[in-house]
Ligand binder design. Structure first.
Ligand code: UT7
Length: 328
């Protein structure tokens, strides 16, 4: 049976590192609070003038190099923070990587972007619409945070990560699938960034701060995240004919170390099978899973589940038989 197969991995992080102590100088917070509540120690932040597409190009270039430099004829950029509403970010990324006229699309399922983008990339391959797909998660969420809101300003960081997929066989090392994807629009209000779309166009001069910045009911998001990621992993394992206990690794979206530990505990998985790499990256939304794969690489042959949850609400998971791959 044909399947998408992973053949390259690349990441990009902006050089500017901002520690919890740095934030505690300008906000009513502390390194102790942030570390114990989230596992975050520092985050990377883009400087003025750097956009999501810049990070996507850097991660994409490295992933293509890691895959052997054969290019790609489709580019997916999973992002909540595109360079602008129009044109999309992916077409510019494809152009700058020398991949034009590749198919190029943005995909927004917030922090759940990476599993959704992998499933979409696999779909392009199996539909015969592409022969090699560059799947990128890239974000500059720090641009959209209210610097005076300690409930969000300490949580997020900027970054990008990418995988290259080619069409192969379901038995090949690197084979991706099955997938589990879902959404729940009824709880949309617990994680929002309201301005800039058709409801509140950016030219309006009556936008409130709550519209312009990311707003989150952290406790509610936490509750949904644990439940939905655990359920998605169970559904994924069932679809693959496995027990959750058969998973060698679970690479969860890195939003909070406690969320990842709670998912592991709920599923009865040893915590050491669920890497936590949030300390130096914070929450990088759609980029967090490929960044985690590069920071704590699975062993070749491991059966790993990638799982994420975010605004929408949206969640998703994907199974990967991890291949021999050297990050570019
Ligand atoms: O990527 C998907 C989207 N994001 C997430 O998945 C994040 C999900 N949520 C979380 O990770 C956690 O809910 C948070 C880290 C956001 C918050 O942790 P918590 O343990 O749920 O804290 P809390 O919201 O219940 O707040 C506890 C206290 C509050 O004070 P009171 O009301 O108890 O007096 C907050 O005002 O901590 C206070 N607080 C802070 N204190 C110091 C909130 N933010 C901060 C802060 N520094 N940065």
């Amino acid at each position: 049976m044909t399947a998408a197969v992973v053949e390259g991995l690349g990441t990009a992080l902006p050089p500017r590192r901002v520690t919890n102590d740095d934030l505690a100088q300008v906000l009513d917070t502390s390194d102790e609070w942030i570390r114990t509540r989230t596992g975050i120690v520092a985050r990377r932040m883009v400087d003025d003038g750097v956009v999501t597409g810049d990070l996507a190009v850097e991660a994409g270039e490295r992933a293509l190099k890691s895959a052997g430099g054969q290019g790609a004829d489709a580019v997916i950029v999973a992002t909540t923070t595109p360079d602008q509403p129009l044109p999309n970010t992916a077409a510019g990324v494809a152009e700058r990587l020398g991949l034009a006229p590749a198919a190029a699309l943005d995909l927004n399922t917030a922090c759940a972007g990476f599993p959704y983008a992998l499933a979409t990339g696999a779909g392009l391959l199996t539909a015969g619409a592409a022969s090699r797909v560059l799947v990128i998660g890239a974000e500059t969420l720090t641009r959209f945070l209210d610097p005076g809101d300690r409930s969000t300003a300490v949580l997020f960081g900027d970054g990008a990560g990418a995988l290259v997929l080619r069409l192969g066989d379901a038995d090949d090392p690197g084979a991706v699938g099955p997938f589990d994807l879902g959404s729940d629009g009824s709880a949309a209000e617990i994680l929002t960034l309201s301005a800039g779309g058709s409801r509140l166009p950016p030219h309006r001069d009556d936008l409130a701060d709550d519209d312009k910045y990311l707003k989150m009911d952290g406790r509610e998001v936490y509750r949904h995240a644990v439940r939905r990621m655990a359920e998605s992993l169970e559904a994924l394992a069932q679809r693959a004919g496995l027990d959750v206990a058969d998973l060698d690794g679970v690479y969860a979206h890195q939003a909070n170390s406690r969320i990842i530990e709670a998912v592991a505990d709920r599923l009865g998985l040893p915590r050491e099978r669920c890497p936590v790499t949030i300390a130096e990256h914070a929450n990088t939304s759609a980029a967090s899973i490929p960044l985690a794969l590069a920071a704590a690489p699975p062993r070749p042959g491991d059966r790993v589940a990638l799982v994420a949850f975010g605004g929408g609400l949206a969640w998703g998971s994907a199974l990967v038989r991890w291949p021999e791959v050297t990050p570019g």
